[in-house]
Write a protein that binds this ligand. Structure first.
Ligand SMILES: [Zn+2]
Length: 308
């Protein structure tokens, strides 16, 4: 009996430890604008599945959160980090796309009756892929996934949506399919800060995936940079500027698209392109060995279907 009580206590106690030990450390991007910079490797138990960036903006009338994180546990930790900075209530949560690290923390914020907004295509992909994402995340996060469940955005938008809190303007803008079909940016025109979502990857190699579009990505990137951001919080990597964003994201996409086009014009096969295109000048980016060949494979397949 006593043994069982002690055992039950230990289980409860260890569950409490898992729930409370995550401390997120926001970095200030600009006055009242913060980012939580996630890991640049894959999702793991150790990094809590947090391998992308979160952010928040404090206004005189409340807080806007950019991305709810991959789990209820991360969402709670994000909320705790915000409370250390401001007593202001959270008024909005934005999901920059449909990937698990950006929206599987939604359930926590919905339980507080906070509206959640995403792009229409992201909403569609969440419905399509959410169950699969949650299952695979539970495999990685195990006990740390406790309480995490699918919660879709309460609002979707198509091209552009403006939110004004106090005097602070947030422009939610879609520039079309890029890393995924439902990408968007959050632009703060007064501060010239851009939460670029997955339009920008820095420090780590980006991934071109079937639900995205490398050609669209280049165009979307250019449109986002035309806004004239002074500071960029990318989807992955530390806060950055247009120059580094261009080098680590746009240059990589254009390099491969140009090389693949040349090879396709000569009638080269997919296999030849994967073998012969020398991407080594991008080797400084983390995940290069894991993703570089896969990227050529995906872009080649995509470009075969494009008309020139
Ligand atoms: Zn991402």
């Amino acid at each position: 009996m006593i043994k069982r009580i002690i055992f039950t206590f230990l289980i409860f106690w260890s569950a409490q430890i898992v729930a409370d030990d995550l401390l997120l450390k926001p970095v200030q991007v600009s006055p009242n604008i913060y980012a939580v910079i996630g890991d640049i490797g894959g999702q793991s138990y150790e990094n809590d599945g947090l391998n992308s960036n979160l952010g928040f903006v404090v206004t005189p009338e409340g807080v806007v959160i950019i991305n709810s994180g991959p789990s209820t546990r991360v969402a709670k930790a994000l909320h705790a980090a915000i409370r250390k900075i401001t007593p202001q209530p959270v008024k909005w949560v934005i999901n920059v796309n449909s990937q698990s690290h950006y929206w599987l923390g939604n359930a926590y914020f919905q339980s507080l009756n906070i509206p959640i907004i995403a792009h229409k295509e992201a909403g569609r992909l969440m419905h399509e892929m959410g169950e699969m994402q949650l299952a695979s995340l539970k495999g990685v996060l195990k006990d740390k996934a406790a309480g995490t469940q699918i919660t879709y955005p309460s609002e979707l938008f198509q091209d552009k949506r403006e939110i004004k809190l106090g005097s602070v303007v947030f422009q939610l803008i879609s520039f079309g399919s890029a890393h995924t079909a439902g990408d968007m940016v959050v632009w703060l025109p007064q501060q010239k800060v851009l939460f670029s979502g997955d339009l920008v990857f820095t420090e780590r190699l980006l991934a071109v995936i079937p639900i995205g579009n490398s050609g669209g990505w280049v165009k979307a990137f250019d449109s986002a940079m035309a806004l004239g951001p002074k500071r960029i919080v990318p989807g992955h990597g530390k806060q950055t500027n247009v120059q580094q964003a261009t080098r680590d994201t746009r240059d990589y996409l254009v390099f491969n698209r140009t090389a693949i086009k040349k090879m396709q014009d000569k009638g080269a096969s997919l296999q030849e392109a994967v073998e012969k295109i020398d991407q080594s000048k991008f080797r400084y980016l983390v995940n290069f060995d894991l993703l570089s060949r896969r990227n050529v494979n995906q872009i080649f397949t995509e470009m075969e279907q494009e008309s020139f």
